[in-house]
Design a protein around this ligand. Structure first.
Ligand SMILES: [Ca+2]
Ligand SMILES: [Ca+2]
Ligand SMILES: [Ca+2]
Length: 112
């Protein structure tokens, strides 16, 4: 698990009461078809939902405040690849996609 993955994992878990309920079991929350594995499409759909949920002012970008107090400045900076102080949906999605690839240790295209 690299640093970026832990940043996004915090995003996934910190966002809403719904996500808090699944604490520690976010793979199950992402597994929408219930086959006990999370493919790239399920992962992308979930991260998209998380982004939309966290974007409180609906301006299409996450400020550090919106990202949550549990995300460190270092983690935020790691995802903010253009260093403009906010996370665009594409930055968020790119980080999530990289995390998916990094976490898919057996390279079978699914997390389980
Ligand atoms: Ca699945
Ligand atoms: Ca925003
Ligand atoms: Ca940015």
């Amino acid at each position: 698990m690299n640093r970026t993955f832990s940043a996004v994992a915090v995003f996934l878990l910190a966002g809403t009461p719904t996500f808090a309920q699944v604490s520690g079991n976010y793979l199950a929350a992402m597994d929408t078809n219930g086959d006990m594995s999370v493919d790239a499409n399920e992962f992308a759909a979930f991260t998209d939902k998380v982004f939309t949920t966290l974007d409180a002012d609906k301006n299409g970008a996450l400020s550090q405040a919106e990202a949550g107090t549990t995300v460190s400045a270092e983690q935020f900076t790691a995802v903010d690849t253009n260093r403009n102080g906010s996370l665009s949906k594409s930055e968020f999605a790119a980080a999530a996609k990289a995390d998916f690839a990094a976490s898919d240790l057996d390279k079978n295209g699914a997390l389980n």
